[in-house]
Design a protein around this ligand. Structure first.
Ligand SMILES: O=C(CO)[C@@H](O)[C@H](O)COP(=O)(O)O
Ligand SMILES: [Fe+2]
Length: 219
């Protein structure tokens, strides 16, 4: 399973140092929040640009903003690799996802815990990754919503039945126990913020996540 430490729980005064502590992860997850789509306000394109020289990892940008289309060109220039837009924020989803791909980035669609998988079926042939939120977006440190497991499983079955090829990412409340539930349900990428950066040794927490996920294979 791929790991995506979320810098939402890192030290905002030392982001470049903190991402070096998670150099063994495949992705760096960057939560961009505008204070409108969600109540919280984090960072924008300038922080993506500032961090780019400090890491070769995939920059996985999770846009929790209204009108995400307006920042796509700047995000591409800043060095984003993969961009996730919320179904709930995009009335013209095909166009938005196509724009991400035309800019040379990987495209992801994101759904909130209360949004059913069926509404994104029309765009599943277009995306490189689907993010099933396992908490309501906006903040780190919330508890994993087990009700989302059925949706992860439903998406994994749909993907296989239709011969589609995309990653299934989960985000919110992931720790060394919940990662097992998510993997069993079919997730292939796990975001973790507070579990990783809330610890003295973020690298050891990544290792614990890998070991947790590996136990599912062994089952
Ligand atoms: O998108 C979000 C929150 O909206 C996440 O990426 C958080 O950063 C996850 O934090 P934890 O639940 O792992 O602490
Ligand atoms: Fe996120």
């Amino acid at each position: 399973m791929k790991l995506a430490p979320s810098i939402l729980s890192a030290d905002f005064a030392a982001l470049a140092d903190d991402i070096k502590k998670v150099a063994s992860a495949e992705y760096i997850h960057i939560d961009i929040m505008d204070g409108h789509f969600v109540n919280n306000l984090t960072f924008g394109v300038n922080v993506v640009k500032a961090l780019r020289p400090h890491s070769d990892q995939i920059f996985d940008c999770h846009l929790m903003v209204d009108n995400p289309e307006s920042m796509l060109v700047d995000l591409q220039k800043a060095g984003a690799d993969l961009v996730g837009v919320h179904y709930e924020a995009c009335p013209h989803l095909h166009r938005t996802l196509t724009m991400i791909k035309q800019l040379g980035m990987k495209a992801e669609v994101v759904i909130n815990p209360a949004t059913p998988v069926s509404v994104i079926e029309p765009v599943l042939g277009l995306v490189d990754q689907v993010l099933i939120m396992t908490v309501d977006p906006g903040f780190g440190g919330q508890a994993f919503l087990e009700e989302t497991l059925a949706k992860i499983n439903q998406l994994a079955i749909y993907k296989q039945a239709h011969g589609l090829d995309f990653e299934i990412e989960v985000d919110g409340g992931i720790n060394d126990q919940t990662i097992k539930l998510a993997k069993k349900a079919g997730a292939t990428v796990a975001v973790a913020g507070s579990y990783v950066f809330g610890a003295e040794n973020p690298g050891a927490r990544l290792q614990a996540l890998r070991e947790g996920a590996a136990q599912v294979e062994a089952d």
